[in-house]
Design a protein around this ligand. Structure first.
Ligand code: FAD
Length: 108
């Protein structure tokens, strides 16, 4: 079975890179694609308890993906990641620094 930590690190890199590459203002079609991608991702992520908790979090009031544009999606992804950080007893990431970490900066 995959190593849950290695899988998680790689997947967060992918998910934050995906947010960083998202258009500042997404078209209706791009928003629909991203919504579908995230719903499928949350069903298929190959750590089943992780996926189940992630789906439950996404389904709770106020936690639906914000797909209007890069800024909202990046913040949402950071909040999703922080939810897992909290669950695992890790430090929360300061979401104001999301772009610096994943788009404009040289890594942190
Ligand atoms: P990671 O948490 O993998 O983070 C990688 C890097 O991202 C960090 O070094 C930091 O620079 C940056 N970062 C940290 N927080 C944020 C943030 N909020 N926003 C932006 N950047 C940030 N593991 C479990 O054991 N149980 C679970 O239920 C579980 N659920 C998961 C659900 C999903 C959807 C994913 C993708 C992963 C899940 N994981 C789970 C894995 C877990 O989140 C970590 O990836 C793993 O524990 C390795 O942690 P890490 O400390 O190396 O850093």
């Amino acid at each position: 079975p995959p190593d849950v930590d290695a899988l998680g690190r790689s997947t967060w890199t992918f998910l934050h890179a995906l947010s960083a590459a998202y258009p500042p203002a997404a078209t209706a079609a791009q928003q629909a694609e991203m919504r579908q991608f995230l719903a499928l991702f949350a069903r298929l992520y190959p750590c089943w308890p992780c996926a189940e908790d992630f789906r439950a979090w996404m389904g709770r009031g106020g936690n639906a993906p914000r797909v209007e544009g890069r800024e909202g999606l990046g913040r949402w992804m950071c909040e999703a990641h922080n939810e897992v950080n909290r669950k695992l007893g890790k430090r929360e990431f300061e979401c104001a620094r999301w772009e610096e970490r994943w788009r404009t900066g040289g890594g942190m």
